[in-house]
Ligand binder design. Structure first.
Ligand code: SF4
Ligand code: SF4
Length: 190
């Protein structure tokens, strides 16, 4: 059982996410609507409770916020209007900043490579992302049949779409000026 409570944790999450976790009354509507609850260690509502109670180490031992795909179903269902998806995002940011253990390394790897791919091509070049993932994970035959089906249905193009490089750089700079950290981080932790 976690002995040390970190009371500044809640404030940090509130500030980063803009979400007021104190409004939560544990109705469970967020958890019951989450499409990925079945693979999460803690439900979204449990995570909110952990944040409120300052159980920082316990929260960061869960895979929940790495599994979250930001679909915002929880946010839409919350009767208190709490932006739960933003809380998950804040937890990922804190985990990376504090170099905590990444519970779902392959998901993190996917995020980084997808970001690198979009920064390079201006939009997601799926085949390039798949090749990058295969090279990193060495799982060359995994989902091969699925990939072939997508290719047959024209869902995967062989080449990336050509984008205006000047416009892409201008868009990236604009996002950076707003303070967003969009630099793909080192792959060492993957
Ligand atoms: S839906 Fe909102 S109020 Fe209900 S448990 Fe989830 S965060 Fe709390
Ligand atoms: S945003 Fe994340 S936590 Fe919320 S419903 Fe979607 S997957 Fe679940």
């Amino acid at each position: 059982m976690e002995k040390r409570l970190d009371l500044s944790f809640k404030e940090e999450v509130k500030e980063l996410s803009g979400a007021n976790v104190d409004l939560c009354y544990q109705c469970q509507k967020c958890s019951n609507g989450c499409p990925l609850l079945y693979v999460m260690d803690f439900s979204p509502a449990q995570i909110i409770a952990g944040v409120r109670l300052g159980k920082k180490d316990l929260v960061f031992k869960q895979n929940t916020f790495w599994i979250c795909i930001n679909c915002k179903t929880c946010t839409a269902r919350c009767p208190q209007g709490i932006e739960i998806a933003k809380i998950m995002d804040a937890l990922r940011k804190i985990a990376l900043k504090e170099k905590r253990e990444i519970k779902e390394k392959q998901i993190y790897l996917f995020y980084r490579l997808a970001l690198k791919n979009i920064l390079s091509f201006g939009r997601l070049y799926e085949l390039g992302l798949i090749l990058d993932l295969k090279l990193k994970t060495k799982e060359f035959t995994k989902d091969l049949a699925l990939g072939f089906e997508m290719f047959k249905k024209n869902k995967l193009s062989l080449f990336p779409k050509v984008v205006d490089r000047k416009k892409l750089n201008a868009a990236v700079n604009k996002i950076k000026k707003r303070g967003a950290d969009i630099k793909p981080q080192s792959t060492q932790r993957e």
